[in-house]
Design a protein around this ligand. Sequence first.
Ligand code: ATP
Ligand code: MN
Ligand code: MN
Length: 301
Amino acid sequence: ANAVKPEQASAAPKEDAVEISSRDRIIFPDIGQTKGQLADYYTAIAPLMLPFAAQRPVSLVRCPQGRAKKCFFQKHDSGSFGPHVHHVPIREKDGGTEDYLYIEDTAGLLACVQMGTIEFHGWAARSDDVEAPDRMIFDLDPDEGLNFDAVKKAARDIRDRLADLGLVSFAMLSGGKGVHVIVPLEPDHSWDAHKDFARRFAEALSMAEPDRFTATMSKAKRKGKIFIDWLRNQRGSTAVAPYSARARPGAPVAVPVAWNELRDTDNAHPFSIDDADKLLKRARSKALHGWGMAAQRLPDV
Ligand code: ATP
Ligand code: MN
Ligand code: MN
């Protein structure tokens, strides 16, 4: 008598295959956002996020007890992610091989959220060819106290210098303090070529304007400057994925922006996991059409 009608049995979308437990657990204590709300954010944003986050090795920032408690960066499977989180073997420096993680769909995002993941960080290479990077990232890290106008100007200057080299680039608000300038590339060059190009580009900028830029990680040498973090372009490095939530106060998210939108943006974290509808709507705007996409190669320099 209680037989499930066929339409009921198939009503649930496939993503529901991942059950989120403890939906009411508070993950962002400062604003009271829960694990369930985080899962809902990722479910909604998946169509925008997956083109950038799927099919790449990912590292996760997991905070099982919420962002105010202990968080950890996870690169390898601890055995409990289930069938929606996939493995890709990657050669390590020591000659051995380690399984890294990748996802390919909403269920993959949710399986990670179920395990306490807040942030998704991706390699600049696809999991089907991890030796062929397909984007370059300049992660602009301002010294504490530097205002966001300086960051915006730095991002635009980097865009212009890249354009001088024939390269189109895109801006992403990190959801933290800085902006990432992202250069999509055909996967035609080695990691060494990417790292070398990125290092020389950052060093040239800091040599030309040493008062504004530094290309060395040292915090002491960053006083009043912006560190152009080119080290994101080494094999094994990751950067936060577009539309990833951040384990920071206010549950901010990393957000792609058009260059002319950046001009009117006051900080690197104007959107939060509460804004999925807004983000979906603005992603349909002309300004964001084609964000992060360009068929181009590193110049031979
Ligand atoms: P912000 O704008 O506040 O700098 P961000 O995401 O750029 O935000 P960074 O500290 O500059 O943060 O880090 C850059 C990248 O380095 C991160 O996106 C992440 O992929 C990587 N990263 C950060 N912490 C670790 C870690 N503990 N282990 C490995 N990689 C990390
Ligand atoms: Mn940064
Ligand atoms: Mn950095």
